[in-house]
Design a binder for this molecule. Structure first.
Ligand SMILES: Cc1cc2nc3c(=O)[nH]c(=O)nc-3n(C[C@H](O)[C@H](O)[C@H](O)COP(=O)(O)OP(=O)(O)OC[C@H]3O[C@@H](n4cnc5c(N)ncnc54)[C@H](O)[C@@H]3O)c2cc1C
Length: 458
């Protein structure tokens, strides 16, 4: 039996290739439907043209149906793995579903837990109405809900384009689309781009649709402050022209009126379970993100555990699919073909080089800007813990200030705290510091009543 956690592109492909190789597969997914972030879809009761929200909807539908119909695959939806451990070659997964806890033991595990939006703190980012592109898109794709009426989309990365396109198609007024990086960065990556004509076509089709709705991508601009109205909700954002290091070009600031601002800076891998299982992780030189280390066949540092998709490096749905397929075959002991993955990985690297996050985003911060939203820790408090109390790494800052100790356990602020502490202390964050900020003993919140159901073993 092979257990797969996560039913996004990577997990679906892994489950199918393992099942096709004759293995029994248990596919665990915390969401209500198969598809993950990319193929997020609506329940059958809501009838809308989902193809309009995802140009690739049909291939996702086909894959989901194959997985659901496969006699070797058991799908467990609405099932969250909240804790995992690995002892003597056996992975132990603690799941919760509908208030009931269960323990699953497996000697072949494929982790495909994906990623979530990377956010950067800035003045006003905690005002209701400031969201992430992924959040806005999840509402639209997964719930048929428009997050606002006048939406600003900003940050960096190609993901901003499908989000803006989906919103515009659904009648939302996209009042601004601000990409912090400039188009000329692509010139250095032209060979990778020309090797991936389908990606060029996809990008061009978004731009074509956006032009029809009179939405223009304004490159070299970032949202640097958000403002609330008398009701406390978002009323406008300040947009500024930024240099390649993200410092603001003085005099370029202007206000844009909106009720929602969807701001994202790429993605952060969800390493909660990978950390529980003790998988070796490393900090990527390409984007500074932390990822699970895998070999050519998606094998991790722990025997019997494979990893695929965004947790091994941000690379998009096609790379996730290719890695999932390899992981499934490798776990089943079958031949793997890694040539497609290698080609897609080159393109993924080019994307990361084209859309970097400049270090001077920190110049947008004010002393009173909240960095950790759960525990309401401001920049000023972090500065004091470094300059007055002598903290030199994020872990010590966490102990002094509680940043990263709240409900999200550092998922949102962890990486920003690493960067802020590094700047204030003048000492780059060590890889160990970055990896430890993604480590959390409990992978997702669990109720005390549910925790109490679990038998205590000495
Ligand atoms: C919000 C969001 C929206 C995106 N939309 C697009 C898009 O429109 N177009 C595009 O090209 N790319 C999009 N991306 C990028 C996209 O994530 C990837 O390209 C692709 O989906 C990655 O596939 P994956 O299988 O690695 O992860 P995912 O698709 O993220 O799938 C991971 C799955 O694992 C499940 N999971 C995680 N932890 C647990 C757990 N502990 N227990 C049980 N289940 C768990 C999650 O619920 C999820 O379904 C989006 C990313 C995000 C974060």
């Amino acid at each position: 039996m092979i257990t797969v956690v996560g039913a996004g592109p990577a997990g679906l492909a892994a489950a199918l290739s393992a099942a096709n190789a004759g293995e029994s597969v248990e596919l665990i997914e915390s969401g209500a439907r198969l598809g993950g972030q990319y193929w997020r879809n609506l329940p059958n009761s809501i009838v809308v043209d989902q193809q309009a929200l995802n140009h690739d909807f049909q291939s996702g539908k086909v894959l989901r149906e194959k997985v659901q119909a496969h006699p070797n695959i058991t799908v467990l939806l609405n099932t969250q793995v909240w804790r995992a451990s690995h002892e003597e070659g056996i992975s132990i997964l603690h799941t919760i579903s509908g208030g009931t806890t269960r323990e699953i033991r497996t000697n072949k595990l494929i982790l495909a837990t994906g990623a979530y939006d990377r956010t950067l703190p800035f003045p006003g980012w905690d005002i209701p109405g400031v969201m992430t592109p992924g959040g806005v898109q999840a509402l639209l794709k997964g719930n048929n809900v428009k997050a606002g009426k006048k939406i600003v989309i900003a940050g960096t990365g190609p993901f901003l384009l499908p989000v803006a396109t989906g919103l515009a198609k659904y009648g939302v007024d996209v009042v601004g689309l601000f990409e912090a990086n400039r188009l000329r960065r692509w010139i250095w990556q032209l060979p990778a781009l020309l090797n991936n004509i389908s990606a060029i076509k996809e990008g061009a089709s978004y731009l074509h649709t956006l032009r029809k709705f009179k939405v223009r991508v304004q490159r070299g601009y970032a949202v640097v402050e958000a403002h609330s109205g008398s009701d406390g909700n978002l009323s406008a954002v300040t947009v500024a022209r930024v240099k390649s290091d993200f410092s603001v070009i003085e005099g370029s600031q202007r206000k844009v009126v909106c009720d929602v601002a969807a701001i994202g800076w790429g993605f952060t891998a969800d390493l909660s379970l990978a950390g529980n299982l003790g998988l070796m992780q490393q900090v990527s030189l390409l984007d500074g993100g932390t990822y699970v280390v895998v070999d050519e066949h998606q094998g991790t540092s722990q025997a019997g555990i494979f990893a695929a998709g965004e947790i091994t490096g941000i690379g998009g749905s096609k790379l996730s699919l290719a890695e999932g397929e390899i992981a499934g075959s490798a776990a089943a002991g079958s031949e793997t073909n890694t040539s497609k993955k290698r080609k897609l990985a080159k393109f993924a690297s080019a994307l990361l080089r084209t859309y970097p996050v400049g270090p001077n985003w920190q110049s947008w911060l004010k002393p009173e800007t909240t960095i950790c939203r759960c525990e309401e820790v401001t920049l000023e408090i972090i500065e004091k813990s470094v300059l007055d109390l002598g903290a030199t790494d994020s872990r010590t800052v966490k102990l002094f200030t509680r940043c990263g100790m709240g409900m999200c356990q550092g998922r949102i602020c962890g990486r920003s705290v690493n960067d802020v502490v590094a700047r204030i202390s003048g000492k780059p964050a060590s890889d160990a510091d970055r990896v430890s900020s993604a480590a959390r003993p409990i992978a997702s919140p669990i109720l005390l009543g549910e925790l109490a159901q679990i038998p205590i073993v000495d």
